[in-house]
Design a binder for this molecule. Structure first.
Ligand code: GTP
Ligand code: SPV
Ligand code: MN
Length: 582
């Protein structure tokens, strides 16, 4: 394997700081993966699962204080604070390195330092990018094997000696008091210390493919988004490709794998978390999934809610923080209606009903994309897929209708920028708090979000066939707290309406916030949903919206002159339209 001299020099520097006992370059082979698993079974990092019902699958229990991304410990370290913007935590690069350096110096003594060259994106795609990360966690190496393309395929993709994002990961002592996830976009560099979990530690995912990539994407004229990618096939066999941005633990994996309830319609899976989107030579937006695995939420995954996911995790899967049955099978809330007897919880303690969740609410499965029964045959096409529509979705108990369509690109960018959501267990902190989360990128945009909105507007202007933009909310509730819309597989009905809108046949009513499905326009065949509930789910309440827009106005205020004029204008126009409705 030929390695760039820049990478070798950087690895030497990291080793001089962290002082590992040995350095191993990962080659991504099956033998290497098997060896890692064997080592982790031996030292207890992994527990074997039932080899008959869950072959080659394992359970990992993370440190109880290290179970989700920690946003308060995540920083963008640019020279100028303004370039990180008001929505990111910022630290000066020298300060970040000094602080994390204390815990990194000598931090790998007696341990193996793995060097992982990885490719984000399909082999042979001009949209794919290389990362080289070091880590002292075998769990991270095995997870990177599943989530990315590791080894020579990555090194061969480098266009020059320094054409890679460098990532330094060290477990440290796993204490949140000595944890930092630092991004240096100007140096294409990531430092993460003190966490072994998910987006904090698998550096190819949120750190590289979103925070650093979004920075690069702005400079180079593309988009790195927190989006799933699907192909929706109609009864004539025509496939319409859509991307959908939704905050963490808010329905991307579920929508990416929807099992259609409508005869003749089906949904093909291309990605469930991240999309890299480029404008091609003809002005068409095209997307690739930079990942090759799913790191999906386990709770509520069941044959009823997500049959494809339930099937795909039956082999070659690493589960993290789920419960365990007496027959060594994984279990989580929602997998079966009743918990089996004799469960051991996510921390390995005997579990009793009433003693809290058996699986951690952010417990997850790590599994290769190709195991998904609904995987699209072209999911690794180096050209990507042409996007005809983009969806912004969030988790809102009130205000936001089930679905509506933007008037045009600028209005759609406004709707995306106006997104807010209720927090989930995917991040450390309080669950269910409403916060602003533009384009579901609040925790992932690696630069000033005012500039990010401007970049979105500019990209739309470049696209000759800009995708249609939609807003969805599966989570609206009635006065009794019940979901108004059944969600999950039934969401295909909303997708069908979108495809019809794109084709120009879907019927819609104009409202102050956008185009809402006309009565009867959503296909409800075979679904016993009272008309009144659908009406409530689709309702736009002018008073509620005006109050929400006051909050949005305040949010926009912090961007000052970096808020694009057309976005402020959309807010003003929407307010005026709503005021006349009241
Ligand atoms: P990340 O991997 O954290 O980015 O999450 P995600 O956006 O992929 O979310 P996922 O699809 O895993 O869904 C998380 C949770 O949202 C599930 O466990 C469900 O509880 C809930 N959920 C997903 N889809 C629906 C839906 O259509 N209706 C309702 N009511 N809940 C849903
Ligand atoms: C998310 O939180 O959006 C995830 C999980 O996809 S993690 O990889 O931990 O960021
Ligand atoms: Mn995610």
């Amino acid at each position: 394997m030929s390695v760039s001299s820049v990478a070798e020099k950087w690895v030497d520097e990291v080793a001089a700081m962290t002082r590992p006992a040995r350095i191993v370059w990962a080659d991504g082979s099956k033998a290497e993966y098997d060896g890692l698993i064997e080592d982790m079974l031996r030292d207890g990092t992994l527990l074997p699962l039932n080899s008959r019902t869950y072959p080659s699958s394992y359970l990992h229990r993370s440190h109880p204080s290290d179970v989700a991304r920690t946003e308060q410990l995540t920083f963008i370290c640019t020279r100028e604070r303004e370039d990180a913007g008001p929505t990111n935590n910022w630290m000066a690069p020298v300060d970040g390195k000094a602080k994390a350096g204390q815990w990194l110096r000598g931090g790998m003594q007696g341990r193996t330092m793995w060097v992982i060259p990885y490719l984000m994106g399909p082999a042979g795609s001009s949209m794919s990018r290389v990362g080289i990360m070091v880590t002292d966690s075998a769990y991270v190496v095995a997870s990177m094997h599943i989530m990315t393309r590791v080894g020579a395929v990555a090194l061969q993709h480098m266009r020059s000696d320094d054409d890679f994002v460098a990532g330094l990961h060290a477990l440290g002592d796993l204490s949140p008091d000595r944890r930092l996830i630092l991004h240096f976009p100007e140096e294409k560099l990531i430092w993460s210390v003190g966490s072994g979990y998910g987006g904090n530690a698998l550096l190819g995912k949120k750190c590289h493919a979103l925070r650093i990539a979004s920075w690069q994407a702005r400079q180079e004229g593309w988009l790195a988004e927190h989006m799933l990618i699907i192909g929706v096939e109609d009864p004539e066999g025509r496939v319409t490709y859509l991307g959908a941005a939704m905050p963490s633990a808010s329905g991307k994996t579920n929508l990416a794998m929807v099992e259609s309830r409508l005869p003749g319609w089906r949904v093909w899976t291309l990605g469930d978390d991240i999309a890299w989107i480029h404008v091609d030579a003809t002005g068409q937006l095209r997307a690739i999934n930079p990942e090759r695995g799913f790191f999906g939420v386990a709770p509520n995954t069941s044959p009823k809610t997500n049959a494809n996911a339930t099937a795909m995790v039956r082999s070659n899967t690493i589960f993290t923080n789920v419960a365990l049955t007496p027959s060594q099978e994984p279990w989580w809330e929602g997998l079966t209606p009743e918990p089996p007897a004799g469960l051991v919880d996510w921390q390995g303690r005997p579990w009793q009903p009433g003693s809290g969740p058996a699986a951690h609410p952010n417990s997850r499965f790590t599994v290769p994309v190709h195991q998904c029964p609904s995987v699209a045959p072209n999911w690794e096409d180096p050209q990507g897929v042409p996007l005809s529509g983009l969806i912004f979705g969030s988790r809102r108990t009130a205000v936001i209708p089930l679905v509506f369509e933007a008037f045009d690109w600028t209005h759609g960018v406004f709707l995306g920028s106006a997104m807010s959501t209720e927090t989930t267990a995917a991040i450390t902190g309080k669950v269910g708090v409403v916060r602003r989360d533009p384009m579901a990128m609040l925790p992932f945009c690696g630069y000033n979000m005012g500039d990010y909105f401007a970049h979105w507007l500019a990209l739309g202007a470049q696209a000759t066939r800009a995708p249609r933009l939609f807003r969805v909310n599966w989570f609206r509730r009635d006065a009794d707290g019940k979901f108004l819309w059944p969600g999950y597989s039934e969401n295909v009905r909303v997708l069908k309406w979108m495809v019809e809108r794109i084709r120009g046949t879907g019927r819609a009513e104009e409202t102050p916030i956008g185009w809402v499905p006309s009565p009867g326009a959503l296909d409800l065949e075979g679904l016993a949903l009272p008309a009144e509930r659908l009406r409530q789910a689709l309702h736009c309440d002018a008073g509620e919206w005006l109050a929400a827009l006051d909050d949005l106005d305040e949010f926009y205020g912090q961007f000052g002159s970096r808020l694009p004029g057309p976005i402020a204008e959309q807010l003003a126009v929407t307010r005026r339209k709503l005021a006349t409705r009241r």
